[in-house]
Design a protein around this ligand. Structure first.
Ligand SMILES: [Zn+2]
Length: 113
């Protein structure tokens, strides 16, 4: 389950930010997941408490937001919504839509003490 290693990265980032910004406890973590990121929200929720145990985010609430995927055609340069990584352009009908957003996960917001 790669969600666990993603969460371990999140925990490392939180610990680094805590040192940099001088907070000692995280109240709430908002993660933004792209629709095409292949990350299961349920797996994140399941793993969150396990990974954050004994860390500064041990009691933190996890908020998950979904980000719609968008891409741009390499041929006609139109932007469009994407529902798969191999998409045919809806404007010119060719393959080759480059993803603009929606294939990653990021920490969107932190509430800290
Ligand atoms: Zn096109």
């Amino acid at each position: 389950m790669h969600e666990l290693s993603l969460l371990q990265n999140v925990r490392d980032i939180l610990e680094a930010e805590a040192l940099k910004q001088g907070f000692c406890k995280v109240r709430q973590v908002t993660l933004e997941i792209g629709e095409l990121a292949c990350i299961e929200a349920e797996a994140l929720r399941f793993g969150f408490d396990v990974v954050m145990k004994d860390s500064l985010a041990a009691d933190a609430e996890l908020v998950i937001e979904h980000l719609a995927a968008r891409g741009r055609c390499r041929h006609c340069h139109q932007d469009m919504a994407m529902d798969g990584l191999q998409q045919i352009c809806q404007f010119c009908g060719q393959y080759g839509v480059d993803i603009l957003q929606g294939d990653t996960m990021k920490i969107k917001e932190l509430r800290v003490i």
